[in-house]
Ligand binder design. Sequence first.
Ligand SMILES: *Cc1c(COP(=O)(O)O)cnc(C)c1O
Length: 475
Amino acid sequence: MSTDDILQRLEELRAHDLPTHGGRTLAYVYDSGLADADELGKRALAMYASTNGLDPTAFPSLLAMEKDLVAFARPLLHGSDDVVGSVTSGGTESILLAVQAARDARPGTTAPVMIVPTTIHAAFTKAAHYFGVERISIDVDPTTKRADPAAMAAAMDTYGERVVLVAASAPSYAHGVVDPIGAIGAETQRRGLRLHVDACIGGWVLPWAERLGHPVEPWDFRVPGVTSISADLHKYAYTPKGVSLLLHATPDLRRSQFFASADWPGYTMLNATTQSTKSGGPLAAAWAVVSLIGDAGYLDLVRTTLDGTAALVAGIDEQEHVRLVTRPDSSLVTLETDASCDVFTISDEMLARGWFVQPQMSFRDMPASLHLTVCAATAPAVPEFLTALAESVAAAVTAGPIAVDDGLRAAAVSIDPATLDDEAFDGLLALAGLGSGTGEVTVPERMAPVNALLDVAPPALREALLIAFLDRLSR
Ligand SMILES: *Cc1c(COP(=O)(O)O)cnc(C)c1O
């Protein structure tokens, strides 16, 4: 293909994606609205695309930029000079490494566990799965959705020597509330346990929110007992994708994160993170964008974002049939509906109006909800958003809540996914509206019927069905 044809094809392919800019996609992407920062990030990404973080002595530029980013974050998160950090590829990798480092710091532990609130990110479940550390999920306060320090402390005692890590969120992704880190830290410190704070989404918002006078309970390295923090730069630092920070309170706490292998005839492999060969592009882009926006720039962006969030909350409070699940502590807003409509239909209606809002399925006693991540570029569009929401809710009320057939509901509850073969999955995917029954899958334009059905499926069946879907989608 010629260069022109290839570029044209790349443009065409992108046409089917969600927009990354403009503030109308309220999950997955983050838009500062700063064209110069975006442009600079792209240039730095390209300049460093072929560098290799495999060996920091061969590419000292990457080590220097990593140290600069850690140095930027350290005072922001009230860390002492002892705080050290690694740049990872994203929040999930930061969390994986926090769990792996905690497990490997306690080598003799049989059946290790981590104590976390139910609301902590699914990346901890993935870490549990990868590293054989059981996730013990403790119910959160039913009203505030914040972690329950007393119940977590009781679990620390129940599991005793088996506990290698305790973690909580600042804020949680699903509800946007900051867990009581101070109270949890008091419990972990007393027992000599590690405490990881997942500030993947809040780490680049809360420090400035506090300076702007918003009420923010201490959650960072100021809190006695906090041993590590994850903060994603590819979220509210508005850098290109592929960058997160994992910070440890001391070098000692980080050591078990590192991996070396001399057990082969090639170079001695020496890695700080999960990847070995890794592009320096995202790191350079993050260094460039953070250097350009800087402390004062982030203060402005957070002010804009939180003013936008407040306007959004006030507008939602005035609308019928939808309400906030809880008051947000940061820039994440979660909605639920009354019985006259459902969140899945509202999500489809919003998409038809050019807005992406993210459905969250019901979980235990929490009904299905809609997640909205507000970023700086969303703020000026809040009035338009509220108009679209009012129209979408009205349409959803007219349509009425989606009813799942009783027979299907009963079947969903009784199916054991472990007993299903490929053919059975094909049949179920077709029933769910995701396939033809012959192994081909499709993504329907309106997702509400699919989501409503998935929502009544027990989590294990939903997971198995979606894995079967992904398997077919990517064949
Ligand atoms: C986004 C997020 C993660 C996972 O990060 P990825 O960058 O998507 O891997 C973990 N925790 C929280 C609170 C998040 O918001």
